[in-house]
Design a protein around this ligand. Structure first.
Ligand code: ATP
Ligand code: MG
Length: 484
């Protein structure tokens, strides 16, 4: 499996090792707790069992210590058969009777030396208390009980029976239980690490495949899609989201590429034409009239070029979100009427009447230059297509300024209205060789860019009674916000 190396990413622990480590730490901590708790519970249980056994042995021995007629004491170990003696040897091998001064009165036959006795415990026991303690005897730990013998009669009122049991076996049991749990913990920790390492590895395998494929997709291969094998819902969704994103990127790149190609073509053609004209004119000496003609035609081309470059700049600003309106309070009716007046000549030349339907005055806070350009583009388009009438209407809807330009031409001829707003879109007959009605195809995309910079919209339809209708909505809130 390859690991993606994207520059700028800091090296860090992999998801796999992190997950394996966390799972192992959790399991180890849990098992260690369980181990400690079990060890404590087991030793408490064994202590209770040993104490209960010592106490019952002490009680039985005490009860039968002095059953002879003389009141002399003896342990009952002599009465047991050898087999029975072996079975109780562990518990009765350490038994001894003391008087309150610490003088040994009786000792189990199994012992060759006295049990260790501490004066304080002996004193308390001879005063009538049951006293427990832990001691060292014959190189081993023993549990000891000092058992008062007062109930055997006045003769024994201060005598104490000491019974002890070795803790060797109990300690061995606890030690092996703890060892068993420790080994189990280590084994389970290793198993957990290996198991979660494997699990995490298989869980992130599709991610590596996605990363590898995504890395191979560059600006020139945006048409490729991620095909990674994603077998779970989450990964399928990731791949789907990435592919949708790639689709959008591809569409954006394609649009940008088309735009650049169209723009350079649009700028190159007039330059080539001008160059040709100038070269021909310079081939030989000419009359001043001929030079004037060439200069005039060149001037037209230059005007067209500067208009196109101006439009491209506007669209570039719109793309980079830097097309910002400069709103001021203006009379929209007045602005629209002025544009209509400037286009009156064109309308007359084509035999078209231009009607403005606007209130006497309508004050709005918008960018006046932008309103002028929008109106000009829409009316110029309408004049190209109208048969006899173009009407311009403005009104207010809520706080939006709504501009509607209608004509009685052929309408949109079944073309998707949205495609008209694409950059460099021109209908086929707009590309007529005589160029009489043709433009660059940027007019409507600029109208939309200007409207959107105002937080508004632009759309076009074919009217039921024929002819096209373009509606532009400009929001004033932007202006109000700026003034505030
Ligand atoms: N009023 C209209 N009636 C019918 N078709 C229209 C109308 N206005 C625009 N169109 C169609 O929309 C296309 C795009 O218009 P747009 O204004 O963007 O470009 P243009 O007018 O061809 O060029 P430019 O405005 O850049 O000089 C036009 O070529 C035309 O086919
Ligand atoms: Mg136009």
């Amino acid at each position: 499996m390859t690991t993606a190396h994207v520059s700028g990413i800091e090296p860090g622990a992999s998801f796999r090792s992190r997950l394996a480590l966390r799972a192992t730490v959790t399991v180890t901590a849990g098992l260690s707790l369980l181990c400690v708790a079990t060890g404590l519970a087991l030793s408490a249980f064994l202590d209770r069992e040993i104490d209960a056994a010592i106490l019952s042995i002490a009680a039985i021995q005490a009860a039968s210590l002095a059953d002879g007629p003389s009141g002399e004491m003896h342990f009952h170990e002599w009465d047991l058969t050898p087999e029975e003696a072996v079975s109780v040897q562990d518990l009765v091998q350490y038994a001894q009777v003391w008087d309150e001064t610490g003088t040994s009165l009786l000792r189990s036959q199994y012992m060759t030396s006295d049990l260790p006795v501490d004066p304080e415990s002996l004193a308390r026991a001879s005063a009538g208390d049951l006293v427990w303690s832990r001691q060292e005897f014959g190189g081993a730990r023993v549990r000891t009980l000092f058992y008062p013998l007062a109930r055997l009669g006045a003769k024994h009122s201060t005598h104490v029976l000491q019974v002890a049991a070795p803790l060797t076996q109990r300690n061995a049991i606890v030690r092996s239980a703890v060892l068993f749990f420790c080994v189990l913990t280590v084994l389970l920790a290793v198993a957990t690490y290996m198991g979660s390492w494997w699990l995490a590895g298989s869980a992130v395998r599709p991610i590596h495949a996605v990363i590898d494929q995504a890395e191979e997709i560059g600006a020139r291969s945006l048409d490729r899609r991620i095909q990674a094998f994603a077998d779970t819902r989450e990964y399928r969704r990731l791949v789907q989201v990435l592919n949708t994103m790639l689709g959008r990127l591809q569409a954006g790149f394609d649009a940008q590429r088309r735009f650049t190609a169209d723009a350079s073509h649009e700028l190159r053609s007039p330059l080539t034409a001008m160059r040709g004209e100038i070269e021909v004119a310079l081939r030989r000496d000419r009359e001043p009239e001929e030079y004037r003609e060439v200069l005039n035609s060149t001037l037209e081309e230059v005007a067209r070029l500067s208009r196109t470059s101006e439009e491209l700049l506007t669209l570039a600003r719109s793309d980079s979100q830097t097309l910002v309106p400069a709103p001021t309070e203006v009379d929209a009716s007045d602005r629209v009427r002025r544009i209509a007046e400037r286009l009156e000549g064109t309308a007359d030349a084509r035999g078209i009447s231009l009607v403005v339907d606007a209130p006497a005055a309508m004050y709005v806070t918008i960018d006046p230059e932008m309103l002028d350009r929008i109106t000009w583009n829409l009316v110029a388009n309408a004049l190209r297509h109208a048969a006899s009438v173009v009407s311009i209407g403005i009104s207010m809807e809520a706080s939006d300024l709504v501009l509607v330009v209608r004509d009685d031409g052929p309408g949109l001829r079944g073309v998707d209205p949205e495609s008209l707003f694409e950059r460099f879109y021109r209908s086929d007959e707009a590309r007529t060789p005589d160029g009489s009605i043709g433009g660059t195809g940027l007019g409507l995309s600029i109208v939309r860019a200007l409207a959107e910079s105002h937080g508004g919209s632009a759309r076009g339809t074919t009217r039921a009674e024929g002819g096209a209708e373009f509606t532009v909505r400009l929001s004033q809130t932007l202006g109000a916000a700026r003034r505030a």
